[in-house]
Write a protein that binds this ligand. Sequence first.
Ligand code: IPE
Ligand code: IPE
Ligand code: MG
Length: 231
Amino acid sequence: MPRHVAFIMDGNGRWAKKRGLSRNVGHKKGGDTFREIARYAKDCGIEYVTFFAFSTENWKRPKEEVDALMKLFSEYLDEAESYAKEKTRLIFLGDKSIFPREMSDKMTDLEKKSRQFSDFTLSLAVNYGGKDDILQAAKRAAKLCFDRDISPSEIDEKFFAGLLYTYAVPDVDLLIRPGGERRLSNFLLWQCAYAELYFSDILWPDFSKKDFDEAVNYYRGRNRRFGNVEG
Ligand code: IPE
Ligand code: IPE
Ligand code: MG
């Protein structure tokens, strides 16, 4: 089984358009799929799941859509209080400072309260960009050098990975992108260095447990060499 599975939840808008509904209805349905698939992955014994919910580029969308997405996110934060019962560690990836204080405090609080759970970790990427992640880590590394807390030679892969938003999760084993596009759209650039990539034309609101099984089966058929020769 893959240890860490990441999802680019794409296709909500097209799913709604096909049905003559507003894009925001698609996002709501996508939220239901997110809850269902997260729970299923946990039941399957996956240790880490990460979902891309909102990118640093998604702010370009019409205000009405951004507002609707933020409302859905805020509702999820309220609901997530009950996740402690499910022994799920929650992590929010991305720059939290852009959100209203009340929301960023809630995220930090949920992270703190769930830190003790180690069997299942759910990361939600909001206002996340792979380039932004690498840049903020580089800035912190530079500051540590400037303050003479470390010397540049100490910055190896392990140290740098420890400065990324994902410091608490291992690299991605399997990346799943439904919605028909074959690109990363600035998701976990560093963390997907050796991820197996699985693309599907199914739109995210239609993505089912069976589709998840198919992706995992695809993963199991891969021969991961990590640059080495076949052993
Ligand atoms: C993914 O669905 C959700 C977000 C990016 C927030 P989209 O909204 O991108 O749906 P499509 O790609 O337009 O169909
Ligand atoms: C990627 O989807 C971002 C999220 C799923 C949050 P997009 O719909 O924003 O990606 P592009 O614009 O098609 O590359
Ligand atoms: Mg899209």
